[in-house]
Design a protein around this ligand. Structure first.
Ligand code: SF4
Ligand code: SF4
Ligand code: FES
Length: 525
């Protein structure tokens, strides 16, 4: 492991580490544009120049590997002059339209200008070369060629990650610009990542454009619920409105990327939400308080068990629920109700598409967790639907907004065979339109917990803001129900439920929220 000094600070970095990354190790930021941790090194922007003792010229920190005894300086007048010069060069033809640029607030040009620039342009505005603005180059990305600094991150992403190569450089010199290959729009399922990796406002997201200034947003560390991969994300919100998902780096799961299907999943939390508990009487919805809803559901479940035996009650769990929620659902079904009719399905409406990169056919974040907790699916789920169709279930407690992949008409028809259906759900759907009692639950960013992804990695997601309307976190709903069904449980929240799981469930044995951290931890088998 080579030992070196950077600005006088001693650093030991593994063989092959670049100066830029060794500096990061000791909290020294070296400015950069073309360098991206998950792409090949291009070394073309020249922003990362540093002084290295015994080297005759400045070196690019992103491409120079550390060696034993190296003495690096990033804070000298020569370095500063060089970086300022590069920045001035990059800004010569830049339109400086920050007030109307969606990247403002998270733009590399703005940030470094404040540190290294603050110069007056020596180039007359009238002499600037203009390029095409607001180009629609695909359904998810808008290109403003004038703002591009030709760093080639986008080209490398499409070359090295998706292999689709839609973007390239055209023309020469001052007139060089990024553009799509004619006739080949940017429509691969990972195009949204380009808005994240473009360091300036040249590639912006058509979905997010002009919706909210980024300095108003707060972020919650979360997990995408679009499929069982469980890509790590940051969910950006203002108040109780979600504005976007962006990928968070996790090399064991999604590296630095996410798919566009998952990226748009945030919309579900904003649209068509169930916000108040209600009961359906004579076909009409009637809003009720939580104080009335939970006892009524518990009473109906208990009465159905008393009248037709415990197996006259059924519980359908959801693989959209967290591990903690599923653990309570299982215990309510098996210990408090005592029914053997508990199942879930990973089937969902939609085409179940997958690819050979991130997207999985199972469009749920926690099917693996449900299985590890011993909740059956497959045939058990089909058998349960068979019992419902045969009129053998008198009361059903259901989680989620759909019944597997059943179309809406069939869901309504099937649920009409059950005298009492109670739902815990987040959005309106076929189930809430048929249920007799609906208990609205918090969406992803309104609650915390863990999911277990398709590879058995347990990952945490965090609450960003309180549940909308009168919705409640499912843990709270489940604990209320459990108390009414006679349990004396003393869990306070999802953390205390997880602590219990780590003692009693083989798959989660010994784990803590701290050991899972922000990168996840393998579940036991
Ligand atoms: S569009 Fe953005 S990512 Fe692509 S070369 Fe230009 S500045 Fe770099
Ligand atoms: S691959 Fe799956 S988990 Fe990842 S972003 Fe897409 S839908 Fe979400
Ligand atoms: S970041 Fe090193 S040359 Fe661009």
């Amino acid at each position: 492991m080579p030992n070196l000094t950077i600005n006088g600070i001693a650093v030991s970095a593994p063989e092959g580490t670049t100066i830029l990354n060794a500096a990061k190790q000791v909290g020294i930021h070296i400015p950069h544009y073309c360098y991206h941790s998950h792409l090949s090194i291009a070394g073309n922007c020249r922003m990362c120049q540093v002084e290295v003792e015994k080297f005759p010229k400045l070196q690019t920190a992103c491409s120079t590997v550390v060696t034993e005894g190296m003495v690096v300086r990033t804070d000298t007048e020569t370095v500063r002059k060089a970086v300022t010069g590069v920045l001035e060069f990059l800004l010569i033809h830049h339109p400086i339209d920050c007030p109307i640029c969606d990247q403002a607030g998270e733009c590399g040009l703005q940030d470094y200008y404040m540190t290294y620039g603050l110069h007056k342009s020596r180039y007359d505005l009238a002499d600037k070369i203009h390029k095409k603005k607001v180009q629609d180059i695909g359904s998810r990305i808008v290109l403003d060629a004038e703002r591009c600094i030709l760093c080639s991150r986008c080209v490398r992403f499409l070359d090295e990650v998706t292999g689709t190569r839609e973007l390239g450089f055209f023309r020469r010199g001052d007139h060089s610009e990024i553009s799509i290959v004619p006739g080949h729009p940017l429509d691969n399922n990972y195009a949204g990542n380009l808005a994240d990796i473009c360091p300036v406002g040249a590639l912006t997201s058509s979905d997010f454009r002009f919706k909210c200034r980024v300095w108003f947003l707060k972020g919650a560390e979360s997990i995408c619920t679009g499929c069982s991969r469980g890509c790590n994300i940051t969910a950006d919100f203002k108040g109780d409105i979600l504005y976007r998902y962006k990928p968070r780096v996790n090399d064991a799961v999604n590296r630095a990327w996410m798919c566009d299907f998952g990226r748009l999943e945030y919309k579900k939390a904003n649209e068509d939400r169930l916000l108040v508990p209600f009961v359906r009487q004579d076909g009409r919805e009637q809003a009720v308080s939580w104080g009335a809803a939970v006892p009524q559901v518990a009473r109906e479940l208990s009465q159905a068990a008393a009248v037709s035996g415990k197996d006259g009650v059924a519980v359908i769990a959801s693989p959209q629920s967290s591990n903690e929620e599923l653990y309570l659902v299982r215990r309510i079904a098996s210990e408090l109700i005592g029914t053997g009719n508990l199942a879930f399905t990973d089937r969902a409406p939609g085409d179940g598409f997958s690819d050979d990169f991130l997207v999985r056919g199972d469009k749920n974040p926690n099917s693996r967790g449900a299985r590890l907790l011993g909740i059956p699916d497959g045939q058990a789920f089909d058998d349960l639907l068979g019992k419902i169709a045969a009129g053998r279930i008198r009361a059903l407690l259901l989680f989620g907004n759909v019944l597997g992949a059943l179309p809406e008409e069939e869901t309504g028809k099937l649920l009409s065979k059950v005298p009492f259906v109670a739902q815990v759900g987040t959005n309106n759907g076929p189930v809430s339109r048929a249920a007799h009692a609906v208990m609205p639950s918090a969406s992803l960013v309104e609650r915390g917990g863990t999911f277990t992804n398709c590879d058995g990695r347990v990952q945490r997601f965090h609450a960003g803001f309180p549940p909308r309307g009168k919705a409640k976190p499912p843990i709270e709903i489940l604990l209320g129900l459990a108390t009414r069904l006679g349990a004396g449980w003393s869990y306070e929240d999802e953390r205390s439920v997880f602590q219990e799981m780590s003692r009693t469930e083989v798959a989660f044995r010994g784990m803590t929220y701290e050991s899972i951290g922000d990168q996840g931890q393998e579940a036991g088998r």
